[in-house]
Design a protein around this ligand. Structure first.
Ligand code: SF4
Length: 375
C-alpha cells in the first residue's frame, strides 16, 4: 500500500517511520501551504470548518503524489468531526480518485472496529511486531513533544531572535533520522541538549500564556500562522494545553484527562459546561480555569471559524475570564485570516498582559509561575 495521513504539527516524522516499519510505502504529506488551503476551499462546502478544508487539500496533494490509502482519525460527540472523513471521501471520489480511507476511531469507543482496522494496516506483520512498531513510534512522538516543550521555554529567552527556531529545526532532523529505540533515545537527549545550548538569558522576565482550542489548529502551525512562534518572539512562554502524547493518553485511550489542583479538566469546566459538546470546547474552558489557578498571565483560544464547540466555549469565556481574573484572547481562524491581523492583536494582548502584571506586582498580587523546564 502507499499510505498517507494528515499533516499535524511534527507528527508526520513519527507516522512515516511507523508506516515504513509496517512494510508500506509512505507518501509524506507536505506542510499545509496556501495551495493546500486553496484546494480544500475550492472543493469543501463553504461553511465547513478550517481543519476539514486543510485536510481535504492535503488529501488532494497526497493523492496527486500517488497515495492509494489515507489513514486518518474519526471523532465522537455532537460536532462534525464524526462526519469529516465520510464527507472528504465522498468529495474525493466524486473528483474521480480511487483510494481506500481508513478511519481510526478512539479505541475506547469500539475496540473491535479499531482492531479490525489495525489488522488491515499491519498486513502480514504479527501482532507482537505491530506492538513493537507502535511502541517505537510512540517513543518518537514523545521525543518530538519533549523537544517542542523545550522550544517553548527557550524561545522567549533567546538572545538572538530566531536562533531557537533554527536549532529546533536541526533537532527535528536528528529525531527524524533516528530509526531504532536506542537511536530515538539518544536523539531525544541530544535534541534537548541542543535546545538548552541556545544562547539565552534564563533569568529574563517573560509572560506565561496558555494555549487552548481545537486540536488541529492548536497543533498545526500552518493553520494558526505560527502563532506560538510570534508569541515566543514577543517574550511570551507559551504552554500548550494539547500535545499529541497527552491527548492520545487522556482522551483517545484512557479518558483520564489530566488532574491539576485535585480536579480533572472536565470537572474544572463543569460549572460552566457540564457536558461534552464535541471537539475540545469543554477542554478549552477547563484548561482556561486551570491556567488561571496556576497563575498564568493570560490564555489564547484558537478556534476554527464555524467550529461549534469552540463557539460555545467562546461564549462562556467572558464569564470565566471575570470569575477567574484571567484575560482570554480568541482567534477564529479561516482562509481569510492574515498574519498581520493576528500579529497586531497579539501585540496589543501582550501589551495588556505586561501592564496587568506590573499592576498586580505593585499591589503584591503577582506570584511568578514555575516553568516546566525549571521544575
Ligand atoms: S471540533 Fe470544530 S473544527 Fe473540529 S470538526 Fe468539530 S466543529 Fe469542526
Amino acid at each position: 500500500m502507499k499510505i498517507s495521513f494528515p499533516h499535524m504539527g511534527t507528527s508526520p516524522i513519527a507516522f512515516k517511520m511507523l508506516v515504513r516499519d509496517l512494510g508500506h510505502e509512505v507518501v509524506v504529506p507536505p506542510r499545509p501551504s496556501t495551495r493546500t488551503l486553496s484546494l480544500g476551499t475550492e472543493y469543501a462546502p463553504e461553511f465547513a470548518c478550517l481543519p476539514l478544508k486543510i485536510l481535504l487539500g492535503t488529501y488532494l496533494e497526497v493523492l496527486e503524489q500517488g497515495a492509494d490509502t489515507i489513514v486518518t482519525t474519526g471523532g465522537v460527540g455532537p460536532c462534525r468531526a464524526g462526519l469529516y472523513a465520510e464527507l472528504q471521501k465522498k468529495i474525493l471520489e466524486d473528483l474521480g480518485y480511487e483510494f481506500k480511507m481508513v478511519v481510526l476511531e478512539p479505541p475506547r469507543w469500539g475496540y473491535l472496529d479499531f482492531l479490525r482496522k489495525l489488522r488491515f494496516l499491519k498486513g502480514d506483520r504479527s501482532w507482537s511486531e505491530l506492538w513493537r512498531v507502535i511502541k517505537k513510534a510512540w517513543s518518537k512522538v514523545k521525543a518530538l513533544d519533549d523537544t517542542e516543550k523545550a522550544l517553548h521555554w527557550v524561545r522567549p529567552r533567546e538572545l538572538e531572535q530566531g536562533s531557537s527556531t533554527r536549532t529546533y529545526q536541526r533537532a527535528l532532523k536528528l529525531l527524524d533520522d533516528a530509526c531504532t529505540e536506542e537511536e530515538i533515545k539518544q536523539a531525544r537527549l541530544e535534541a534537548l541538549r541542543m535546545m538548552k545550548s541556545v544562547p539565552m538569558d534564563p533569568d529574563r522576565e517573560v509572560l506565561k500564556v496558555g494555549i487552548v482550542g481545537e486540536i488541529y489548529v492548536v497543533l498545526e502551525p500552518a493553520s494558526n500562522l505560527d502563532l506560538e512562534r510570534m508569541l515566543g518572539e514577543m517574550g511570551v512562554e507559551v504552554n500548550r494545553s494539547i500535545f499529541l502524547t497527552g491527548w492520545t493518553r487522556d482522551n483517545a485511550v484512557l479518558d483520564s484527562a489530566r488532574v491539576k489542583h485535585g480536579v480533572t479538566v472536565k470537572k474544572a469546566a463543569a460549572p460552566y459546561m457540564p457536558e461534552m459538546i464535541g471537539g475540545h470546547g469543554q477542554d478549552s474552558v477547563g484548561h482556561t480555569i486551570l491556567y488561571a489557578q496556576d497563575g498564568f498571565d493570560g490564555v489564547v483560544q484558537l478556534a476554527p471559524f464555524t467550529c461549534i464547540p469552540e463557539i460555545v466555549a467562546r461564549s462562556l469565556m467572558p464569564q470565566v475570564s471575570r470569575d477567574y481574573d484571567i484575560p482570554v484572547l480568541t482567534f477564529f481562524l479561516d482562509e481569510q485570516t492574515g498574519e498581520a491581523g493576528v500579529r497586531t492583536r497579539l501585540e496589543a494582548f501582550v501589551d495588556l498582559l505586561w501592564r496587568r502584571r506590573r499592576k498586580r506586582a505593585g499591589a503584591g498580587l503577582y506570584k511568578p509561575v514555575a516553568s516546566p523546564a525549571a521544575r
